[in-house]
Design a protein around this ligand. Sequence first.
Ligand code: SIN
Ligand code: FE2
Length: 212
Amino acid sequence: MAQALPQGVRHIPDFLNRAAQEALLEDIRAVVQAAPLYVPTMPRTGKPMSVRMTNCGTLGWVTDKERGYRYQPVHPVTGEPWPPIPEPLLALWQQIARYEAPPEACLVNFYEAGAKMGLHQDRDEQDFDAPVLSVSLGDTCLFRVGEKTREGGTVSFKLSSGDLVVLGGEGRLAFHGVDRIYPATSTLLKNGGRINLTLRRVTLTCLPRKIS
Ligand code: SIN
Ligand code: FE2
């Protein structure tokens, strides 16, 4: 039997059908044309990550040796503003995240056969009330998710093309990562690989009103 997922972590398999995946892939191709994938580097060590990245939205998540993890409104290589988040992703946020404010950032991760992502928390946002919504396209991966501390146990399961993951509520700060990609498990991407799209709210939606 499949192991239970930590509280607040949802896996929605096969949410997008093939036609929806193809349409979304076209949108992401246009995003990558405007904002090319680049090789992010780890804070302090400057070690290159195996995943290539870009973003769409008003803010994009970036990392480099000098300035570490952060959000910024422009691409770190081109200096251009990120392209807008494609409409189908905004609709998906409305349908699944059901959060009052729209997502500001959509991180685009591209994994080649040997790429992986270490266990981490998404905690560079100011708003932890909004869930994190992620979409998988292309080759299947082995995803791992745990608790709010690194010491907590983890569960692993496969994410296939068209699957969604939601980290919300109790699960918003759950540690998660990608242990491996299973090459040639999808025909969506001509040259193989996996794309993950992560939608996030970054800034606080409403500030307390001043009482005069
Ligand atoms: C991430 O945590 O940024 C990516 C997760 C994934 O690739 O599924
Ligand atoms: Fe993450």
